[in-house]
Write a protein that binds this ligand. Structure first.
Ligand code: NAP
Length: 305
């Protein structure tokens, strides 16, 4: 990556299919936009039909002739992931690219899904773990499949608390988010290890700090931490389109390698052009990655082939 990588470097993607979770806004939408611009067919996996179709309409305006469709999926529900994957596989035997992007952040109070999981852990990690495992047959049926999982700088303060994964004993909004974003990198790296020699690439990425809906949907504008970051926002943060570049690099660059972690090259990795970056040591612990994998199989009932 001698020169700065931009969306103009995305290769032609005609004939490729991509599924993006949480594609109706922010980084997921911007990633979808560039993929359709380069010829891919994109499945916009959204939990809200109205928002999904509004995003699809916007896509057709911003990329006339875009090949895309909305598919409904609530990734926080393992039952819905299983329903979705069964229907998707029945209709589509192949999938070239899966982007595990949907996310929620730092709810002020602990929220629990109907299945009993802490909502950030269910959405950001468990649902994507299950989705990836169930879609593997379609991915492996293509010549060069990729799985991209969107993590965060917030992994740095994360810890996988195997004694209290659902944060029942003690809930702290940013600890809960950090745990899930650390889980994203551990998962991407473990998938890369398990897929070595199969042709499937698995990468983790992070968008620095990008202006999206994630604050309003999570901690809210009054949260001190987000207030500090976003008050100085115009200098420290970047657009959602720029935030999507690490995802797009990992998803399409011929120079991307399995197991890599891609983020912005600017000061503190807050913004900039996509490059290979180093996660903290907590994300490189293979033993924790393997244990999280086993626990995730038990919790979701999805055992990888
Ligand atoms: N923005 C940043 O600075 C930043 C920094 C680090 C990491 N990230 C990561 O980037 C990813 C995308 O976030 P964003 O910043 O683009 O925020 P965003 O604009 O709020 O987008 C999040 C997307 O996820 C969807 N989503 C949430 N829960 C879902 C569920 N249960 N099922 C299906 N979709 C669901 C949302 O759908 P609704 O519209 O229906 O809510 C939305 O489309 C997340 O994984 C986040 O952790 C963002």
């Amino acid at each position: 990556m001698a020169t700065k990588w931009t969306a103009a470097d995305i290769p032609a993607l005609a004939g490729k299919t991509a599924l993006i979770t949480g594609a109706n806004s922010g980084i997921g939408y911007q990633a979808a936009l560039e993929l359709v611009r380069h010829g891919a067919h994109v499945y916009l996996a959204c939990r809200n039909a109205e928002k999904g179709h509004a995003a699809l309409s916007r896509l057709h305006v911003e990329a006339p002739g875009a090949s895309a469709e909305v598919v409904l999926l609530d990734v926080s529900s393992i039952a819905d992931v299983k329903r979705f994957a069964a229907e998707f596989l029945a209709a589509h035997p192949t999938l070239d690219l899966l982007i595990n992007n949907a996310g929620v952040m730092a709810f002020p109070t602990r929220q629990v899904t109907p299945e009993g999981f802490e909502r950030q852990f269910a959405t950001n990690h468990l649902g994507h773990f299950a989705l990836t495992g169930l879609l593997l047959p379609a991915l492996r049926a293509t010549p060069a499949p990729r799985v991209v999982t969107v993590a965060s700088l917030a992994h740095r303060n994360g810890k996988i608390d195997f004694d209290d994964l659902q944060m029942e004993k003690s809930y702290k909004p940013w600890d809960a988010y950090g745990q899930t974003k650390l889980a994203n990198i551990l998962f991407a790296r473990e998938l890369a290890r398990r897929s070595a020699g199969t042709g499937l690439l698995s990468l983790a990425v992070h968008p620095g700090v990008s202006q999206t809906s994630i604050v309003d949907n999570g901690p809210g504008a009054n949260d001190l931490k987000t207030k500090l970051i976003f008050t100085f926002g115009k200098f420290l943060t970047q657009t959602d389109a720029a935030g999507a570049l690490p995802t797009l690099y990992a998803a399409t660059s011929p120079n991307a390698h399995s197991g890599e972690y891609i983020g912005p090259d600017g000061l503190g990795e807050l913004k900039g052009s996509p490059v290979v970056v180093k996660p903290r040591a907590n994300a490189l612990d293979e033993a924790v990655g393997k244990r999280l994998w086993d626990v995730s199989e038990q919790l979701t009932g999805v055992v990888y082939p």
